[in-house]
Design a protein around this ligand. Structure first.
Ligand code: PMT
Length: 220
């Protein structure tokens, strides 16, 4: 809670994992989905903490903006701020792996092949309940290329989410770096299929469900 306003923490955008001082790996997330959620939540009067990887987007008005670059930085920022949140929505596309070693100097062209060893990044969403002790409404995203509903359901239960917003990122017209999205909302007992719409309209649908769950929880 922030004063008497509900607080919503949102992660957005990609993470960027350094290979050496001049190179990195990342993914195709533009941040549009997460920023639409942050913008609509702020317009509705919520206190919004937006933790974002690097994007080209303008920071939405009236949000507390926390820029990060790597998955480890996003993990630390979420760990630091999630205790203030009533609702946490994880729309970021976090790198699951990072290079095991980042050399101090630029890697030189020498051999014909280059092998880079990667190690696992922490699962930030998966840490929300188990490590950070978050008790509020937890909304995960799932970016899938097959078995959308089944894979989202697995994430729902394994990460302790209240619901998961799943999108098919194999399609060119929705998902990464598009203005519109088509998602399914996977709840423990039911799945909802809102029609394809702008990321701003879908953000309102997602927020409506999250806020309703938070209200029910507060009155119990
Ligand atoms: O940014 P846009 O261009 O608008 O694109 C939107 C989007 C496609 C990025 C977004 O709608 C989306 O699907 N975000 C989740 C992308 C993703 O990484 O999905 P995943 O299935 O790999 O991860 C599942 C969940 O765990 C997500 O909530 C993710 O934020 C979270 N996660 C994943 C890995 C990790 N190490 N830590 C996490 O918190």
């Amino acid at each position: 809670m922030f004063g008497d306003r509900r607080t919503i923490l949102i992660t957005a955008g990609p993470t960027r994992e350094a290979i050496d001082p001049v190179r990195y790996i990342t993914n195709r997330s533009s941040g549009k989905m997460g920023y639409a959620l942050a913008s609509e939540a702020a317009k509705l009067g919520y206190h919004v903490i937006l933790i974002s990887g690097p994007t080209l987007l303008d920071i939405p008005d009236s949000v507390d903006f926390i820029p990060v670059e790597t998955a480890l930085e996003m993990y630390d920022a979420v760990n630091h701020h999630i205790g203030k949140a009533d609702i946490a929505i994880f729309a970021a596309a976090v790198a699951d792996y990072r290079p095991a070693v980042i050399p101090e100097h630029k890697i030189k062209k020498s051999a014909e092949r280059l092998t880079i060893e990667f190690i696992r990044n922490p699962d930030i969403l998966g840490s929300a309940r188990k490590t950070f002790g978050f008790m509020g409404v937890l909304v995960g995203f799932a970016a899938e290329t097959e078995h959308l509903e089944d894979n989202a359901h697995h994430k729902l239960t394994s990460k302790g989410c209240d619901f998961v917003v799943a999108n098919d990122v194999s399609r060119k017209d929705i998902g990464f770096d598009t203005h519109k999205n088509e998602v399914i909302l996977v709840f423990p007992e039911t799945t909802k299929f809102p029609p394809m719409d702008s990321k701003y309209e879908l953000a309102l649908v997602i927020l409506e469900h999250a806020v309703k769950l938070a209200s029910v929880r507060n009155t119990n």
